[in-house]
Design a protein around this ligand. Structure first.
Ligand code: ADP
Ligand code: MG
Length: 616
């Protein structure tokens, strides 16, 4: 038997120790004290709040507000633990609309700093209350005395953490601590544009933001550069209302610092909502590029749980998907409406072809000649597509094309009559070629673009499939012979889940048994011979996408279909095929990325080429 068992009598913690323990949770650094105190001022109905810090908040935090103030009874209680004017019943807890509700902040701060509160209660009915001052020291307790205070409340927090050396040591440099503070002050100021926030570091005014619209407040706090590059966002359904601004994807930052969510006026962080915005941008953002956004989420407090973390940064939603989808769609719509998704510019695709077309009287197909090399590309069928182009089309481009005398030198001898030569531009627009059976290259007005054939086709099929599903109108091709496909258990359950959507994009089938389907028609984009594999691959792909893409079923089916039915890398494309692919891509709502993020097009502007060749 052990000789010294660790038995100890249970004690009730003294209030002071309990407060210090709680303080460790509620007040991690000067910034958290400032946040709590400013939130108290907001809860008190202040419309002007002044914050002054010295020594990054460790020396002094001074908050002045013009809120309701406190009378003697309130002042006697406010620094005790679990004293609050904001939650009385557990029903109140169900629908918290104030910032505070735990009644812990002042008690915590008083246990780790010297605190002075000057206050005078203000009422709307003209009742008079005396001004008061409370002095509190962690070891000595509090005293209250009459004081000639202004209406509202002023709080001085001096020597924060002076009696908690471990905590003080854990603080970072003044510069870092000040950064935490200013970040919080910025969030507070952005969350309440109708309230005046004045913020000093020592004697330096950091900002004095007067009451204004959200747009002006953003300008005051984040700068005109932000307001000039942002677009309003609005969306709502019966549960949620979203409003705010999102930034131009061309104007991004290297850090996520300029991204703000406010839930019922409270700054929150949410990885999943952040992802909703990110995917609303359809991944046209490059990695580590962060656009500005500020989104206010208004939601019935009964369906959010704010009682999660003492710092109340993480918030739980009852059904996150509702907000997720609303937000994602709203972002995509704003970008589309403002034409912010990079446009393809194929329409202005002014190619000057190196090829000439020679139509000879006694030959059905024309001959193609490379102007620059003199090489003859004889009668290739795939070069034949462009004969419908009008005369005007090539004339306007003719002057851009350098004349190469080799042409006449070679051909004068070969033809009897020069007048029988009909010169035509071979590929007036667009001029395309494929490299490595993978990429398509085309000239544009400003330079050239490289198109990923698979990603581009995927985008085209994805949008087409989505439209088919939404409009319930598909394009099927009947199979000569029906195909029976048996599905394993995993595929069967996915098939059951998405069979309606599959039918909407053009798969026609009968269920023979639990595990077998009879396919009679497929969407026109499915190549002959790939009917069975395509449906199986779509089911597999769906399962994969479901794990990584937070979108709805229709979207996932469309994306899975697009991924599997799209032209693969390694397939060679005829000019006709490339041309129609680009035309279709150009008609897409979001041509610049594939459904799950990779770009479809990379553009090389002339300036980039000129720069790299040392011309500029
Ligand atoms: P909580 O905010 O959770 O109620 P606090 O410890 O932050 O808890 O504050 C306790 C109480 O003190 C508040 O409920 C409020 O009644 C009062 N109080 C604190 N700060 C102010 C202020 N600036 N103006 C008026 N009353 C205040
Ligand atoms: Mg509070």
């Amino acid at each position: 038997m052990q000789t010294s068992l660790p038995y100890r009598k249970i004690n009730i913690l003294s209030e002071f120790i309990a407060n210090q323990i709680a303080a460790g949770e509620v007040i991690q650094r000067p910034e958290s004290a400032i946040k709590e105190l400013v939130e108290n001022s907001l809860d008190a109905g202040a419309d002007s709040i002044i914050v002054v810090v010295r020594d990054a908040g460790k020396g002094l935090i001074h908050i002045v507000d013009n809120g309701c103030g406190m009378d003697r009874e309130d002042l006697e209680l406010c620094c005790k633990r679990h004293t609050t004017s904001k939650v009385i019943t557990s029903e109140d807890l169900e629908k918290i609309i104030t910032f505070g509700f735990r009644g812990e902040a002042l008690a915590s701060i008083c246990s780790i700093a010297n605190v002075e509160i000057r206050t005078k209660r203000r009422t709307s009915d003209g009742m008079e209350f005396p001004g008061l001052r409370l002095i509190s020291e962690p070891t000595k307790g509090e005293s209250i005395e009459p004081f000639n205070a202004d209406f509202g409340t002023q709080i001085f927090v001096r020597n924060l953490f002076f009696n908690v050396p471990a905590r003080r040591k854990f603080l970072k440099s003044n510069l870092s601590e000040f950064r935490y503070i200013s970040d919080t002050m910025i969030r507070l100021a952005l969350s309440k544009p109708n309230i005046r926030f004045t913020f000093y570091d020592e004697d330096t005014l950091i900002f004095d933001a007067k009451p204004s619209s959200l747009q002006e407040r953003i300008g005051d706090i984040l700068g005109r550069d932000t307001t000039e590059n942002m677009f309003p966002l609005q969306a709502e359904n019966n549960l949620v209302k979203l409003s705010g601004y999102i930034g131009n994807p061309a104007n991004v930052k290297r850090t996520s610092a300029n991204q703000y969510f406010f839930l019922n006026g409270r700054s929150i962080k949410s990885k999943s909502l952040n992802y909703a915005i990110f995917s609303g941008y359809e991944h046209i953002l490059e990695k580590n590029n962060f656009p500005f956004y500020l989104v206010n989420i208004q939601i019935d407090p009964r369906i959010v749980d704010v009682n999660v973390h003492p710092q109340k940064l993480e918030v739980k939603f009852e059904d996150e998907r509702i907000i997720f989808n609303l937000l994602q769609n709203a972002v995509a719509r704003v970008l589309q409406e403002n034409n912010l998704l990079r446009s393809l510019d194929i329409a202005s695709n002014e190619a000057s072809s190196p090829f000439l077309v020679i139509n000879q009287p006694n030959q059905a197909a024309p001959t193609f000649v490379n102007r620059y090399t003199g090489e003859i590309m004889s009668n290739q069928k795939q070069f034949n597509y462009n004969r419908k182009f009008s005369e005007n089309n090539f004339k306007s481009q003719e002057q851009d094309v350098p004349q190469v005398s080799a042409f006449s030198a070679i051909f004068k001898d070969n033809f009897e009559s020069e007048s029988e030569l009909i010169e035509k531009e071979a590929f007036p627009k667009p001029f395309l070629f494929q490299i490595h059976k993978k990429y398509i290259i085309s000239q544009t007005a400003n330079g050239f673009i490289i198109i990923d054939q698979h990603a581009a086709h995927e985008r085209v099929l994805y949008e087409r499939a989505k439209k088919s599903i939404q409009k319930a109108s598909s394009n099927s091709q009947q199979l000569l012979f029906q195909i029976n496909i048996s599905l394993n258990a995993a595929k069967r359950s996915i098939f059951k889940l998405i069979q309606e959507e599959l039918a909407l994009i053009g798969f026609v089938f009968n269920l023979i048994e639990e595990s077998e389907i009879e396919l009679t028609a497929v969407p026109i984009d499915i190549k002959p011979g790939q009917e069975e594999s395509s449906i199986k691959e779509i089911l597999e792909q769906y399962q994969e996408f479901e794990k990584i893409m937070k979108t709805d079923k229709q979207d996932l089916v469309a994306a899975s279909f697009a991924c599997k039915a799209a032209i693969k890398t390694g397939e060679s494309l005829s000019l006709e095929e490339m041309k129609s692919l680009l035309e279709e891509l150009n008609r897409c709502d979001n041509p610049s990325s594939c459904p799950h993020g990779r770009p479809t097009i990379i553009e090389f502007p002339m300036t980039e080429l000129d720069r790299r060749f040392g011309r500029i």
